[in-house]
Design a protein around this ligand. Structure first.
Ligand SMILES: Nc1ncnc2c1ncn2[C@@H]1O[C@H](COP(=O)(O)OP(=O)(O)OP(=O)(O)O)[C@@H](O)[C@H]1O
Ligand SMILES: [Mg+2]
Length: 268
């Protein structure tokens, strides 16, 4: 394995608690080199899952955080001007296709559609990436796989993937784990006891029930982990919850009061 490839390997096992049969399904998709789309709300374990799978399969992982200013060149590559003249620099998608990495495009809907279409020839039978500016058509390495994530709640009509993009992927639906499992994830991840983790999850549930009634999104597993880390450091649970669970998600005074009340009820 070349040094290039080596640097993208996930060296240590990322802790991942499966919810259903997603590991087996992903392995089958990888074996077939099917592109995979991972859908689910923020902080529910999508990125952790992809890191875990890259580790499990022993394949390099290249992650790209997508945004609306991103151009096709940011993914594919560009000529750079330096002291020795112009030099081609591969973008992350091109590097992944060359070395046979799993390329994870995070929040892909954020990218403009004219950017997203560059993945099309990579995600069908062609498995090629045209580097137009360089006049090269790159055949993807046999280990290359494309994975994208997105949060289905957030799109407006303007910002959705085209059907011709969607229909190049297989898809897994993710969501926050059921309470007992989520509590055990938080305990494992942070080292706090299960009893406290269970109480944190209760507060998370209260917030998730307010989704659509003043909250756009409930409290994520990520935030529950933050609260647990503060508690683990010796911060009082009530203060930890206010800081990590409530203040980040809303500016609405009434919702803050409702959630603070829930914290009192659970930890009071
Ligand atoms: N099934 C799980 N196993 C282990 N840890 C988990 C799991 N689900 C969530 N977590 C915890 O939640 C945190 C957030 O997960 P992750 O970063 O994967 O979210 P995400 O779905 O990629 O969110 P975003 O869409 O905002 O990027 C992780 O760092 C981890 O602590
Ligand atoms: Mg993520």
């Amino acid at each position: 394995m070349s040094a290039d490839t080596e640097q993208y390997l996930v060296k240590q096992e990322p802790y991942y608690q499966p919810q259903e049969d997603e590991i087996e399904l992903y392995e089958a998709a990888y074996a077939e080199r099917l592109p995979v789309m991972i859908k689910g709300p923020t902080g529910c374990g999508k990125s952790r899952f992809v890191e875990h799978m890259a580790w499990r399969l022993g394949k390099p992982l290249i992650t790209v955080a997508c945004n609306e200013d991103m151009t096709a060149s940011d993914l594919v590559g560009r000529y750079l001007l330096d002291s020795e003249g112009t030099r081609w620099l591969d973008g992350p998608l091109t590097v992944a296709a060359r070395i046979g990495a799993i390329c994870y495009l995070d929040e892909v809907v954020e990218a403009r559609q004219d950017t997203t279409v560059v993945i099309h020839p990579l995600t069908d039978h062609r498995r090629t990436l045209p580097l137009d500016k360089k006049g090269e058509v790159l055949d993807a390495h046999e280990n290359f796989q494309l994975v994208i994530s997105y949060n289905p709640g957030y799109q407006s009509l303007m910002k959705d993937l085209k059907q011709s993009t969607k229909q190049r992927f297989s898809a897994l639906d993710f969501d926050y784990a059921p309470s007992a499992l989520e509590a055990s994830i938080i305990a494992k991840e942070t080292g706090i006891d299960e009893e406290k983790a269970t109480r944190l999850v209760k507060i998370g549930e209260t917030a998730r029930n307010l989704k659509g009634h003043g909250l756009d999104e409930g409290i994520s597993t990520r935030l529950l982990v933050y609260a647990a880390r503060l508690v683990k450091r010796g911060i009082k649970p009530r203060a930890a919850c206010r800081m990590a669970l409530v203040r980040p998600i809303t500016d609405d005074k009434d919702i803050v009061a409702t959630l603070d009340h829930a914290i009192e009820a659970v930890f009071g």
